[in-house]
Design a protein around this ligand. Structure first.
Ligand code: ZN
Ligand code: MN
Length: 495
């Protein structure tokens, strides 16, 4: 972007909470997979005379996210009615939270390259989702599916603390990781489980004031958030360049196909929503005991795992990030390492001495080999037949050098296919490494006799030729020979 200007970006994110039932009624919250208008009742259809009852689980999830974002959770919180008229909202108002939300004044640290950027969180509140309107092409009318109506949402509003599309993207990815760790949502943007509106304005770099912002809607992926912000920065730069920056707030829709934002409307003020306290729901009051209990059941968060893995395992940053991004894979590695620790101690050895080697070996086998099997066979850590216990045993077998690399690949493949333990596979397949020197010497002798020209090359100092001979011995031994022993015998014989 032009060096004269600075982009001011804030985000508003809706996270659909993965509760069993909806926000204010007992209807199933998995209506997106059901036939239209089947997970509905008079409450979420907005019939007159019905009474909303807040979902305890949704409140707990909201508090978990709020605390994960370092928000203060006030002792008291309440619901309000936000009035607007639209066919996706049968009551004519949405039950939301206005001036007493469940989370305030938080922040999230986002890593972008080597730089850590702190993004303030203004607030987090709970509300109900609207129904889904479909404007079918070539049809005069629109259709409404109320399955989504009344689903619980946590809305997160950030401070205008981001300065580039990449920062906004990094913030969203970290937020998605957090909701996944918390188990409160899969955070899938394509499915609408995480929805994001982006606010952006530009200003001259030497000014502190803020200019009217543009709100971008209809962002359905991380990529579209970043693309739309790049587009909007360019559009607003041109306005500044001709001395006519935006002088009124507006809402623009992102059009994925054309790669442009399109003006939808100039923005109503918040007073237009005529917020007032929801008379049918008493205010929520949280005791310290309750808040401590929620905190106690909150799992480790990505940032804490990053720090802990960095301290506990001497691993390259990129390996740690793989284990942080894929929580289940990270959990699996931890189980394998604790199995190894138990095994090392049971064998009367010192864990601290073995730790570094075995940890690296584990991470290497899991990230570089096991993960590939998972991807190739569209499986997950949970669906795969390889248990942490078997993986730990496999690591000890590989580390002890009792099978070679080639055999290791075969053993892992069979562990994956059969769920058997690796020592049994090594036994059944006769894969134990041959390092019996006399048996190997015999094979080496045959190979040397079969390739006199190559022997000449080796004597002339060609390293490639030596590796060719090693390969021939490996083949002759059906892959079981210990390559180090083979090299040593070859060198002895040829020197
Ligand atoms: Zn309902
Ligand atoms: Mn909202």
């Amino acid at each position: 972007m032009n060096e004269k200007y600075e982009a001011i970006i804030g985000l508003e994110i809706h996270v659909q909470l993965a509760t069993q039932s909806k926000m204010f009624c007992s209807c199933s919250n998995s209506g997106e997979n059901k036939p239209v208008n089947t997970t509905v009742c008079p409450v979420c259809m907005g019939h007159p005379g019905t009474l909303p009852v807040p979902n305890r689980e949704a409140i707990r999830m909201g508090i978990m996210i709020a605390r994960a974002l370092e928000c203060r959770v006030p002792e008291r919180s309440k619901f309000d009615r936000k009035s607007y008229f639209y066919p996706d909202l049968p009551k004519g108002y949405q039950i939301s939270q206005f001036d007493e939300p469940i989370g305030l004044d938080g922040h999230l640290n986002v890593q972008l390259g080597e730089h850590i950027h702190r993004v303030g969180i203004t607030r987090l509140h709970l509300e109900e989702d609207a129904a889904k309107l479909t404007h079918a092409a070539g049809r005069e009318s629109s259709v409404v599916d109320f399955n989504r109506s009344g689903s619980p949402l946590a809305e997160i509003v950030t401070e205008p603390d981001m300065r580039s599309p990449e920062e906004a993207g990094a913030f969203l990815r970290e937020l998605r990781l957090i909701v996944r760790y918390l188990g409160v949502s899969d955070g899938d943007m394509e499915k609408g489980h995480l929805r994001c509106d982006a606010n952006i304005s530009l200003r001259p770099k030497d000014k502190a004031a803020l200019w009217p912002k543009t709100e971008i809607k209809n962002l359905n992926s991380f990529r579209s958030v970043e693309r739309a912000l790049v587009f909007e920065i360019e559009r607003q730069e041109k306005l500044w360049d001709v001395g006519k920056p935006e002088d009124v707030s507006s809402t623009r829709g992102w059009d994925e196909a054309s790669g442009m934002t399109v003006l939808q409307r100039t923005k109503e003020e918040s007073a237009d929503y005529r917020y007032f306290p929801e008379p049918d729901i008493p205010p929520l009051e949280f005791t310290n005991e309750y808040l401590r209990e929620v905190e106690a059941t909150t799992p480790e968060l990505p940032a804490a795992r990053r720090t802990r893995f960095t301290a506990e395992y001497a691993l390259p940053k990129k390996d740690i990030e793989v284990l942080v991004q894929d929580k289940r894979l990270g959990d699996f590695v931890e189980s394998v390492i604790s199995e190894l620790q138990a095994w090392v101690r049971a064998n009367g050895k010192d864990w601290e001495r073995e730790r570094s080697t075995l940890t690296k070996q584990t991470v290497n086998l899991v990230i570089n080999r096991f993960s590939k099997f998972l991807v190739d066979h569209s499986q997950t850590v949970d669906s795969s037949r390889v248990t942490a216990e078997n993986m730990a045993e496999f690591v000890t077998i590989v580390a002890s050098g009792s099978i070679n690399n080639q055999a290791a690949q075969k053993v892992l493949a069979l562990m994956f296919q059969t769920g058997k333990d690796p020592s049994q596979i090594v036994e059944e397949q006769g894969l134990a490494q041959m390092d019996d020197a006399s048996a190997l010497t015999e094979i080496v002798q045959h190979v040397l006799e079969a390739h006199p020209n190559v022997v000449e090359d080796v004597k002339a100092g060609k390293r490639q030729a030596l590796m060719f001979l090693v390969g021939q011995v490996m083949t002759a031994s059906k892959g079981k020979a210990n390559p180090q022993v083979v090299q040593k015998i070859l060198r002895d014989k040829l020197s």
